[in-house]
Design a protein around this ligand. Structure first.
Ligand SMILES: *Cc1c(COP(=O)(O)O)cnc(C)c1O
Length: 304
């Protein structure tokens, strides 16, 4: 995996430390060549395939970042790749996928509909579906962030993780809780269409309509037949936070103003959460998950 995925920096945030009343660090996952942490899970999964599976190729569905990561890793390894996307996926992500040389199929208006097309390709052509989160190899790949954190900041007390399907939280949570069960795991989602957190409250997987949000990478269902991440998130997450759009925007602005970082909405939910939230125990790490935005999107944030 080291040949494809490099460790990412951890930087101190003076501004957010002031707000949280604890030392706050940012784990810069936007610094991967694909602009998000999803390269970790994709690389671990593709490296686990047999030669025959590699020849038949891979397919995936995603709100963008997982598709980009899978396409990139497949390209590096010479594996054929088809990405199925909904029509809601932003233009920047679409263009990037095509430039990576993947075949792209657009269908429907939700990730769940793109997933159906993916299964068809699996049945028709024997392609391996690279799950965006609900797969042990993908979860373990995302967990390498936890391994890096243990070296970079062994005394970490709380990790704040943007939460969608829960692969990221499950991987990091598994590694860190094993090292020290007292490390607190906080999952943050937007209020709109928060499928995992709503499912956890109900005690069963729910389906919600996708609403527009600044954190578009956190949209998407968790799968009615979810096998791993629902139960893992339930047991590993100490605290679940739901953020209004206004707070996500404040998070974005704080990263831009104080760190000169342009990231996507999903990556800024942790900063939004910390802004008016004193934290009982530090150091705290925010996972800055990705930066796939375009000028047009940034302009709409500025104007709104
Ligand atoms: C996928 C993604 C997440 C959430 O990861 P899950 O494993 O689905 O919970 C957060 N931020 C960004 C930028 C992502 O692409």
């Amino acid at each position: 995996m080291e040949s494809i995925v490099k460790p990412t920096p951890l930087v101190y945030s003076e501004f957010l430390s002031g707000h949280a009343a604890q030392p706050v660090y940012l784990k810069l996952e936007q610094s991967h060549p694909t602009g998000s942490f999803k390269i970790r899970g994709a690389a671990n999964k593709l490296l686990s395939l047999t030669d025959e599976e590699k020849q038949r190729g891979v397919t995936t569905f995603s709100t963008g970042n997982h598709g980009i990561a899978t396409a990139y890793v497949a390209g590096r390894m010479g594996i054929p790749c088809t990405v199925c996307l909904s029509h809601r996926v932003p233009e920047a992500k679409l263009g990037r996928l095509k430039r990576l040389g993947a075949a792209v199929e657009q269908t429907g208006v939700s990730q769940d509909e793109a997933a159906v097309r993916c299964r068809e390709l699996e049945a028709e052509k024997g392609m391996t579906v690279v799950e965006p989160f609900d797969d042990p190899a993908v979860i373990a790949g995302q967990g390498t962030i936890g391994l890096e954190l243990m070296e970079q900041l062994p005394n970490v007390r709380e990790v704040v993780i943007p939460l969608s399907g829960g692969g990221l939280l499950s991987g990091i949570g598994l590694v860190l809780k094993k090292a020290d069960p007292a490390i607190s795991i906080t999952g943050v989602t937007m209020e709109r269409s928060a499928v995992m957190q709503t499912s956890l409250k109900k005690g069963a997987v729910v389906t919600l309509e996708e609403e527009d949000t600044l954190a578009d990478s956190l949209l998407g269902g968790i799968g009615e037949d979810n096998r791993y991440t629902f139960s893992m998130t339930r047991s590993l997450m100490d605290k679940g936070v739901l953020l209004p759009e206004e707070r996500i925007k404040e998070g974005l602005y704080s990263l831009l103003d104080h760190h000169k970082m342009v990231v996507e909405g999903a990556a800024a939910v942790g900063a939004g959460y910390l802004l008016d939230q004193p934290i009982p125990e530090g150091p705290v790490v925010l996972i800055i998950t990705g930066n796939n935005v375009d000028t047009h999107t940034v302009k709409t944030w500025m104007d709104s």
